[in-house]
Design a protein around this ligand. Structure first.
Ligand code: C2E
Ligand code: CA
Ligand code: CA
Length: 748
């Protein structure tokens, strides 16, 4: 098959019947896509060769290239090969007629839109209708006027180009709508007919067999919960001829998921100024809403527990405050801190820690939800509750409405109890407790900052007075907190300026009556408040970490004092120094002691470290290790306040210590309470069995002394012998001291 080009192309031989003859150069020309050709190509199909010739000349002269075919089969082949821009098709032909050929071409790729001009008999109306039905674009009746044929062809091609452009822009629009998940629609207000773009059907999740042709069809497609609303809105907008928008859900025809759709509509007026249509768009905003939700979640929820975070709590608090101040109601803030959470993290790892936090969160939410004291009424949003995590092991429970402060206390009690039940973390069963501070609006603060601070202070106070409990905020606590704050600054200055002093209290041997050693006790001479008891400032120093420099200083000074006395000729005595839990666990105590020893030049065997029993009980293994290190230095170790910590015998056996100091509380009751005699007696016997020296603290009376001596206690310390004394006073006291006074006399 070949192309016959007119005078324009040298390779074409006009008049030559070249049907079916092949020419590769002409084929190459034809492979150029139709949109890039400078001359349109017309395929003329007719079994009348004479007609072909006449038409060819006319078409070539008008600027077309021409292909020929003599029947339907050849026409289809030629179309496949050359994709002509237009086909002129005779109706009646041998082998395959024009009607079948039209059908064949239309079913080919690219054959859908090619313009086909059908040539039929003059008044063969039936043929004409049939040709249209099969997809002919236009028709001409025989005999054909070959002079006007090119005009007709030209016209058809122009209109084809317009159609192409329209289709192209429609496709572009469809594509853009698809990307934007957008569709547009029209609603005829007179006929109530509705039509929409491809995107419109797609977004509504419609398949081809559920076309929407009426506004009501679409309404029916909306999920039931939203349907009524959209309908009302639309009716109102149509009635008033105004724009409207709405959001609703539909179920996707693809995967049955719920999609959120936004609809926008505007009235449209015709040239006469009548409102005849509503025009609008719909857009699938499911992903956008999901993304917004996710962003919201990130900003307002805690990732580990899924609870509201600080930001969300702040908002909730703000809202609750407004409501409570308007309605003159009370609400409560519970500030929770897990006790010893850090230990779980440190020993079982962070994953276990996270797991614990999650479980705590679940319990908290459950307890608060189930607390019958919080009457949650959904119609009163202020009476609801919020459980939030502030970070770390801190949680806050906001009880939106409480009748009385006691209600909050009851919730706190239940929380404390529930949280303290064991947790399973992997293979471990772990127990934690929580300490809770409570503030109540409006008594404890009028804004969220004040309320949070009050609850925090109350929590802190509850921690101090023994963990696993709750505490209300009170002015007293607040004042104490303030006082503590200013005291902290002053204590810091006192340590720096060395405004502290050390006093010494002797210990007496119950057998020889001689002084065996002294305990160094720190004193603070406050410029305004006078002497402050260590019982008051040591806890503060421990909390703030000031105990570290303080303890180091006492250790150094006490060791130095003893060495000075020895240098001055005093018979060497033991010097005992108290060591706080914080020093024991947080500082490098061994280094500090070494430093004090080398600074003073004191023989380590004269230095004694007093450690309270409570401290050793906390973590026995760590305790034993540190005690061993102390022993390795050559210093002596005493257990202070013994008897208050409920040590078991087996435990005591494992501790590398030299001494027990029986707590003053047992000594106090010695001659009033026979039970205490038994305890003290047992402690003494036990200590002897373990080769430990027993020292009784707080010996104030001769009777106590006698009983203790009788029970075979080794040493004693207390006002009966001497109060703690300043260095100079102590030496004076020692000079006047007579061994014989307390020397044991034979009993029999
Ligand atoms: P502690 O180690 O049990 O010290 C004994 C306390 O009992 C001292 O109180 C002492 O003055 C007092 N005391 C002694 N004999 C009697 C008596 O017969 N009757 C009565 N009622 N009390 C007596 P102080 O000096 O007020 O010390 C209180 C606590 O402060 C000490 O208890 C100790 O735990 C701590 N502490 C004192 N100095 C230091 C120090 O330098 N470092 C550390 N970490 N803690 C210290
Ligand atoms: Ca002590
Ligand atoms: Ca003590």
């Amino acid at each position: 098959m070949m192309v016959n080009r007119g005078a324009v192309d040298e390779r074409v031989h006009p008049g030559e019947n070249c049907l079916m003859s092949d020419s590769s150069s002409q084929l190459t020309r034809m492979l150029v896509p139709s949109c890039m050709r400078d001359r349109p190509v017309v395929l003329h199909v007719d079994d009348d060769v004479a007609s072909l010739k006449v038409a060819e000349r006319a078409l070539q002269n008008a600027g077309f290239d021409v292909l020929h075919a003599e029947n339907g089969i050849e026409a289809i082949d030629s179309f496949k090969q050359h994709e002509p821009d237009l086909i002129i098709m005779d109706a009646v032909m041998p082998v395959m007629d024009g009607f079948d050929a039209i059908e064949g071409v239309r079913s080919l790729p690219g054959g859908e839109y090619v313009p086909i001009l059908m040539i039929t008999g003059l008044d063969d109306l039936e043929s004409i209708n049939r040709a249209y039905d099969l997809g002919a674009t236009d028709f001409l009746t025989k005999p054909v006027n070959f002079h006007i044929l090119p005009n007709r062809v030209q016209y058809m091609l122009r209109s084809k180009r317009r159609d192409d452009a329209l289709r192209f822009s429609q496709a572009k629009l469809d594509n853009a709508q698809r990307i934007a998940k957008l569709g547009n629609w029209e609603w005829n207000l007179t006929t109530h007919h509705m039509s929409g773009s491809r995107g419109f059907a797609c977004i509504l999740g419609l398949s081809d067999d559920q076309p929407i042709t009426r506004w009501l069809d679409m309404i029916c497609h909306i999920e039931e919960g939203d349907r009524h609303n959209v309908r009302l809105l639309a009716d109102e907008a149509v009635e008033q001829r105004i724009a409207f928008n709405s959001e609703f859900s539909v179920r996707s025809g693809v995967d049955n998921s719920l999609r959120r759709i936004r609809l926008e509509a505007e009235p449209h007026y015709n040239e006469q100024g009548e409102c005849t249509q509503m025009l609008g768009t719909i857009q699938d905003i499911t992903e956008r809403i999901d993304a917004q939700k996710q962003i919201h979640n990130l900003a307002y929820y805690d990732l580990i527990t899924g609870l509201p975070n600080r930001a969300q709590l702040q908002e909730q608090l703000h809202y609750t405050l407004q409501l409570a101040s308007r309605n003159k109601t009370k609400f409560a803030l519970l500030f929770l801190d897990l006790d010893h959470f850090k230990q779980v993290n440190d020993t079982l790892g962070h994953d276990a820690g996270d797991d614990l936090l999650k479980q705590v969160a679940i319990r908290l939410t459950r307890v608060v939800r189930e607390s019958d004291v919080v009457s949650v009424r959904l119609d009163e949003p202020g009476s609801q509750y919020t459980v939030a995590r502030l970070g770390g092991d801190e949680f806050v429970v906001l009880l939106g409405q409480v009748a009385r402060a006691e209600d909050a206390a009851r919730v706190a009690e239940r929380i404390a109890q529930t949280v303290s039940e064991p947790y399973i973390l992997g293979e471990h069963s772990v127990e934690v407790t929580t300490t809770i501070g409570i503030s109540v609006y409006p008594a404890d603060g009028e804004n969220s900052d004040e309320l949070m601070k009050s609850a925090d202070i109350a929590m802190y106070h509850a921690k101090e007075s023994g963990r696993n409990g709750y505490q209300f905020y009170s002015r007293d606590i607040h004042e104490q907190a303030l006082a503590r704050f200013s005291m902290e600054g002053e204590l810091k200055a006192a340590i720096e300026n060395e405004d502290l002093t050390i006093v010494y209290q002797p210990k007496i041997c119950f057998t020889t009556g001689q002084v065996t050693g002294v305990e160094a006790l720190v004193r603070w001479q406050h410029p305004e408040n006078g002497e402050i008891s260590p019982a008051d400032f040591i806890p503060l120093a421990e909390e703030t970490g000031l105990i570290l420099p303080l303890g180091r200083w006492v250790m150094r000074m006490a060791a130095k004092q003893m060495q000075d006395w020895i240098d001055e000729g005093l018979k060497p005595l033991n010097i005992a120094v108290n060591c706080s839990a914080v020093q024991f666990t947080r500082s490098n105590m061994i280094e500090d002691i070494n430093e004090a020893l080398s600074f003073s030049g004191l023989n380590p065997s004269y230095l004694e470290v007093e450690i309270t029993e409570h401290l050793l009980l906390k973590d026995v293994d760590v305790g034993i290790t540190t005690l061993r290190n102390l022993k390795a230095l050559g210093v002596q170790v005493a257990i202070d306040d013994f008897g208050t910590g409920f040590s078991s015998l087996s435990y005591l056996k494992r501790l590398p210590v030299d001494k027990l100091k029986i707590d003053k509380s047992f000594v106090d009751e010695l001659y009033t309470d026979s039970g205490d005699v038994a305890i003290v007696s047992a402690i003494i016997t036990l200590s002897h069995n373990l080769n430990l020296t027993v020292v009784a603290e707080g010996v104030e009376t001769a009777q106590q002394f006698e009983i203790l001596q009788h029970l075979d206690c080794n040493e004693g310390q207390g006002y009966l012998f001497s109060a703690p004394l300043e260095g100079v006073e102590f030496i004076e006291w020692l000079t006047g001291f007579h061994d014989m006074k307390y020397k044991r006399v034979a009993q029999f």
